[in-house]
Design a protein around this ligand. Structure first.
Ligand SMILES: [Zn+2]
Length: 386
């Protein structure tokens, strides 16, 4: 029981150590830096969207300020005109006042003249025996005075109407000034808003450049990590190859000793195209291997023990997904148009081991295995080896 506890705690300690070392290596891996870089790029993009949004807000606020400026100018113009009109009215009013004063003075003089003139009382007139003359004189003066009074009343009335007009102008002007003040306040508010938005934009731009710098930094770290990983992978591969060649006696045979190669496609013996010249789409073409027709996914096996020196996905010059195995003594075999590859470069394989699945990738019109045998790099007729 005690022993079991010891074993369990030892396992736990090992797991902790392993997870720690995994964490450490994950933090320096190219994937880690790529994730960090993606994160920074994502942040950059989000910040850029925020900036675009703030910019369009600034645009619309500035447009509002421009519109307000037009209104404000219009109001200022109207106020200016009203001020002019008020001045003119003031002048007219003072002219009327002057006129009134003159007319009143004339009337006053007339009245003074009338009362100063002898005889001035009815008794005087009676005594003078010149009643008729007096009456007509008095009537005449009264008529003149009435006329003067009427003129004065008219001028007075005119003056009053000018004063009313002036009052109305002042009232309208005041309203306009109030409205103008409102617009000025609104404009100040908008300008403040624009200033705040501009400040926000500045902050966001700063943030954006920080995110960009970070993304750049992580990209550089990722490049360094990839280079390191690549170097480590190559070193490991080199080591494996050295180990494989030094173990060549005990490990599966990597040196072709002559004799027959194994058939590379156990599920089918149907050769659909032979090695040599053939007419393909009306064009004479040299076929560098044999084609073995087989269903997609059928096993492809190593024709002989050896080391996989290439296992590539892609078009690959028409080969599609394909594998090259080196068997030593200058002999290599190729397996093309595969749907799947089960081995990787550097791996040793034994004769008959499943290495890939039949497919129709690359330059191919249907599922088949294109099988090549090369001697010192030059293709030869595989049938000579099978
Ligand atoms: Zn072929």
């Amino acid at each position: 029981m005690k022993r079991l506890t010891k074993i369990i705690s030892a396992i736990i300690v090992m797991m902790i150590i392993i997870s720690l070392s995994l964490t450490v290596s994950a933090e320096n891996s190219s994937t880690y830096y790529q994730n960090k870089q993606n994160e920074a790029n994502q942040n950059s993009q989000e910040t850029q969207e925020k900036i675009d949004n703030v910019e369009s807000q600034i645009d619309s606020v500035l447009q509002e300020v421009a519109d307000l400026n037009v209104s404000i100018l219009d109001y200022q113009n109207q106020i200016q005109q009203l001020t002019e009109k008020g001045k003119q009215l003031d002048q007219s009013i003072s002219e009327k006042e002057k006129e009134l004063a003159e007319k009143k003075k004339i009337l006053e003089n007339r009245l003074v003249a009338m009362y100063m003139k002898k005889p001035t009382t009815f008794l005087d007139v009676l005594l003078s025996g010149n009643l008729m003359n007096f009456i007509s004189n008095k009537d005449l003066i009264k008529q003149i005075a009435d006329y003067d009074n009427k003129l004065i009343a008219e001028v007075d009335e005119l003056k009053t109407s000018l004063e009313n007009e002036k009052e109305e102008v002042e009232k309208v002007k005041k309203e306009k000034e109030e409205k103008n003040k409102e617009l000025e306040n609104l404009k100040a508010e908008k300008e403040e808003k624009a200033a705040n938005l501009t400040e926000e934009q500045k902050q966001l731009e700063k943030q954006l450049s920080e995110y960009k710098a970070k993304a750049e930094e992580y990209a550089e770290l990722e490049r360094q990590a990839i280079a390191k990983e690549e170097a480590a992978r190559k070193a490991a591969e080199e080591q494996r190859r050295k180990a494989a060649s030094s173990n060549s006696n005990s490990a599966p045979v990597t040196t072709y000793k002559g004799g027959k190669l194994g058939w590379p496609c156990p599920s089918s013996s149907r050769i659909t195209s032979q090695y040599g010249y053939r007419i393909l789409f009306g064009v004479r073409d040299f076929h560098t291997g044999i084609d073995i027709g087989a269903g997609t996914g059928s096993n492809i096996v190593a024709a002989e023990s050896g080391t996989v020196i290439l296992a590539n996905y892609g078009w690959n010059g028409g080969y599609g997904n394909y594998i090259i195995i080196n068997h030593g003594n200058g002999i290599t075999t190729r397996y093309a148009h595969a749907s799947k590859l089960y081995v990787t470069a550097g791996q040793t394989v034994s004769k008959g081991e499943v290495i890939a699945a039949v497919g129709t990738t690359g330059n191919s019109t249907g599922p088949h295995l294109h099988f090549e045998v090369r001697l010192n790099g030059s293709h030869t007729n595989p049938l000579n080896y099978l």
